[in-house]
Design a protein. Structure first.
Length: 318
């Protein structure tokens, strides 16, 4: 398995000169440091590339007069949104973000009545659409930067007993996934599961899947709805929000390793080694960034005006 949590621990220990077992920190504590570096150092570098890494689309969210607000997806990295669209079922248009102070401009009564939601402003974790729609014909399409799953080891051993935390898909039939081995004991109908692509960069295939039943003897997990056609043999099944692999391009894995090494030295109070790791981390990051962008090296067209009348993206509903 590539880019696994176990590989991260092993390679970081080698780089830091730490023992493979019985070190200053436990493996669980090291993974906690690794996740912190994944969500900050590595995430910042990947976002800087501006090449649509981690961008996913949330399920359509309806808006109406009684429910004009939409929550920012809970898995959005930094609660950041990539794009917001509004649709009435036949037409789709961009919804620009406005300042709360300008919401009054989108009046819903008078001679220039707005008939559909056009823009939104942020209030805490919610997007508030204006003007408030008059009916329930509208839905919101949100693209956002999905936070990578918290790294967990596929299995751990304590006192000679091995506990499995992740399953690997063997085959799929409708809503039933057959795993390579018996499902982990933590896979129950009370838990939601994620399915993660077995190939790098290990993107999410499906999030927060509801489990109907688990059959350990048949090695199957039955979900409440049919699985995506993208699910295939070799994909990982983990508790929601977890991942046995770093969900990043393979070229970023050495950066994550060195970021963890730096954190390990800081945790042990070795300032000199931490400074050396910082220099190596900066060098690796500078070498990797050109590999992340541009993702398309051919000639790309220049878009002059996304909202011109010729592009069919003028204001709707007024």
């Amino acid at each position: 398995m590539a880019n696994t949590a176990t590989q991260l621990l092993n390679q970081a220990k080698v780089r830091a000169g730490w023992p493979t077992a019985g070190g200053f920190l436990t493996d669980l504590e090291l993974l906690q440091l690794g996740n912190e570096e994944l969500w900050t150092t590595v995430a910042s570098l990947l976002r800087r590339a501006s090449e649509e890494f981690w961008v996913v689309q949330a399920p359509d969210a309806p808006v109406s007069a009684s429910s004009p607000d939409v929550r920012v997806p809970s898995r959005a990295l930094g609660s950041a949104i990539r794009d917001v669209l509004v649709t009435d079922g036949s037409t789709v248009w961009n919804a620009p973000k406005i300042d709360p102070e300008d919401a009054w401009r989108f009046r819903d009564s008078g001679p220039s009545t707005w008939r559909s939601p056009f823009a939104f402003y942020l209030e805490g974790s919610y997007m508030k659409f204006v003007p408030v729609p008059k009916n329930s014909d509208y839905s919101i399409k949100i693209k956002y930067y999905r936070r990578p799953g918290e790294l967990v080891e596929a299995s751990t051993t304590s006192s000679g007993v091995t506990t499995y935390h992740v399953g690997v898909v063997s085959s799929v039939d409708g809503s039933v996934a057959t795993l390579v081995s018996a499902p982990p004991s933590t896979f129950t109908p009370t838990e939601k599961l994620d399915i993660i692509d077995g190939l790098t960069p290990h993107e999410s295939v499906s999030d927060d899947l509801v489990v109907s039943s688990v059959d350990a003897s048949a090695k199957t997990v039955t979900f409440a709805a049919p699985l995506s056609s993208r699910v295939k043999a070799g994909d990982y099944v983990a508790l929601a929000g977890k991942s046995p692999v770093a969900q990043i391009p393979e070229t970023l894995f050495p950066v994550l390793i060195m970021a963890l090494v730096r954190a390990m030295h800081h945790a042990s109070g070795d300032a000199q080694s931490a400074n050396t790791a910082e220099e190596q981390l900066a060098r690796r990051a500078s070498l990797v960034l050109p590999l992340l962008e541009p993702r398309v090296t051919g000639e790309r067209p220049v878009v002059i005006n996304r909202t011109s009348a010729l592009r069919g993206s003028g204001r709707r509903g007024w």
